[in-house]
Write a protein that binds this ligand. Structure first.
Ligand code: UD1
Ligand code: CA
Length: 478
């Protein structure tokens, strides 16, 4: 590459085009708000822009503009991008014209699409370097089926892909010969802001689609003697766009596979990387094992030796060293979080809700729900139980079918269960109530008053038996 005069790219500003309708999604949700790995497509792109150190990130919005702007945190957070509205949508060149007033002259502009979520940092850095403050750099790729894409037209050369880039020709404007070209424009470019802004004023819509094509800037560069460089990538995933539910699903699988591979490279043992979904972040210490069909959401961390059985959904939780989560367990800490202590066993079929804080060696069995409750070390609730707004002491045994009645229809109240308490089966602890340490609650009790430490409490009708009881008989028919 010709290095004189000196390359000097200046700061990077990113424009993300996201005004298009996405008709083929057949959805009322704007296309760029459909989710990949649990996050809006366009949010992935904004993240990547921020990771390459963009000075400004401008998102061009149109269809569903308010929703898109709200989703990206318009005005409310410091990391929110800037927005340029494009109404109506008259093409990619027109989209860039709306963004142009927000772009300082001294930078390099990187153009991205809100529906191409997996574009990589390294690729963008390389593209910016290729632009070097004085060239138009296009990200291109060779594909087997170029239909629908803009073709990269080069001057004749000895080898394919070596001639100078002269134009990008859209499918609908292309000649038969041009349609055969397999090198296509990915929709990503890096270009000095000053040049771009000048070229944008020269666009017209005299083409097959009657649109203002951003891709026409290539022709202007050629006329102006500005070098055009094509940066060829071989990573189709990075330039893959989402236009339909099928493409979204395919990209989701590819994305999940990439995340699964990264975890396995760290030593995480996934029973099947094809049956693993991470929609957020998963931090794993050594020797973690995850069986098939598990879904992780939000921020989850798993301590050393944690085992997660098949078909678990775990969100916003910290699972400490050596804990075992049996199959079909649902854990969601939402904002409050969930912690599962060292060596605890949870499930199968358990449900841990926000604010469940379990100490070491706690056992939560099948069909047990825990919400906003603290369980100290060694506490056990093995079957069919509810603990809500409760403080449970160490080594408590909480019987099958027992519940805390924490809600009086208007307010929630706490239940306190002291250390070493034994709650029998099928009890109702009507909060606010305290069961004194070491106490026992007889099965079937409805406890409405607090109890003394060490006491046996039985709060149910006394059993009565009538000897030789004759059941009623049917009258004989005549
Ligand atoms: C564009 C390129 C084509 C390239 C392809 C890669 C042009 C003219 N063509 O095709 O060479 O191969 O991308 O995918 O640029 N958008 C707006 N406002 C508009 C139109 C589009 O914001 O008025 C946004 C869309 O939401 C999308 C992006 O721009 O995020 C690309 O639009 P799309 O219609 O998919 O691109 P094409 O014109 O088909
Ligand atoms: Ca497209």
């Amino acid at each position: 590459m010709n290095k004189t005069p000196q390359d000097n790219q200046g700061p990077v500003d990113v424009v993300i085009m996201a005004a298009g309708k996405g008709t083929r999604m057949k959805s009322s949700l704007p296309k760029v708000l459909h989710r990949l790995g649990g996050r809006a497509l366009v949010a992935h792109v904004v993240d990547t822009a921020q990771r390459i150190g963009a000075r400004h990130v401008v998102v061009v919005t149109g269809h569903g503009a308010t929703d898109v702007e709200t989703a990206l945190g318009s005005g409310t957070n410091a990391a929110a991008p800037l927005f340029a509205r494009q109404v109506p949508q008259l093409g990619t060149g027109h989209a860039m014209q709306q963004a142009a007033p927000l772009l300082p002259d001294d930078g390099t502009v990187v153009v991205l699409s809100g529906d191409v979520p997996l574009i990589g940092e390294d690729t963008l850095r390389a593209l910016v370097a290729q632009s070097g403050g004085r060239r138009l750099a296009l990200l291109t790729i060779r594909v087997d089926e170029p239909a629908g894409y803009g073709r990269i037209v080069r001057a004749p050369a000895a080898h394919e892909g070596e001639g100078e880039v002269q134009a990008i020709v859209e499918e609908k404007d292309a000649s038969e010969a041009q349609r055969a070209i397999r090198e296509i424009y990915s929709g990503v470019m890096a270009v000095p802001a000053q040049m771009l802004k000048a070229w944008l004023t020269r666009l017209d819509n005299k083409n097959a689609q009657g649109e203002y094509y951003l891709t026409d800037v290539v022709g202007f560069a050629t006329v102006d003697g500005v070098p055009v460089v094509a940066h060829l990538t071989d990573d189709a995933l990075q330039v893959a766009g989402v236009n339909s539910p099928a493409q979204l699903a395919a990209l989701e699988r590819a994305y999940q596979r990439r995340q699964a591979d990264a975890l396995m490279a760290q030593g995480v043992r996934l029973a099947d990387p094809a049956r693993f979904d991470l929609r957020g972040t998963l931090a794993c210490e050594s020797d973690v094992e995850i069986d098939v069909n598990c879904v992780f959401e939000g921020a989850v961390s798993l301590g050393a030796g944690v085992r997660v059985g098949a078909n678990c959904v775990i969100a916003n939780a910290r699972i400490e060293t050596g804990a075992v989560i049996h199959p079909f367990t649902h854990i969601d800490g939402e904002k409050a979080g969930v912690t599962v202590g060292e060596g605890s066993t949870i499930g199968p079929f358990a449900r841990l809700r926000p604010g469940a804080r379990l100490g070491a060696e706690v056992h939560i069995g099948n069909f047990v729900e825990v919400k906003n409750s603290t369980l100290a070390a060694g506490a056990k609730a093995n079957h069919l139980a509810y603990l809500g707004d409760a403080t449970v002491g160490a080594r408590v045994n909480y019987g099958a079918g027992s519940i805390t009645a924490n809600y009086d229809g208007a307010n929630k109240h706490r239940t306190v269960i002291g250390d070493d308490v034994h709650v029998g089966s099928n009890c109702v602890l009507v909060a606010p109530v305290t069961i004194g340490a070491g106490g026992t609650v007889g099965g079937g009790s409805t406890v409405t008053k607090s109890t003394e430490p060490g006491a046996l409490t039985v709060a149910r009708a006394r059993q009565v038996s009538f000897s030789n009881w004759q059941r009623p008989r049917k009258a004989p028919k005549d």
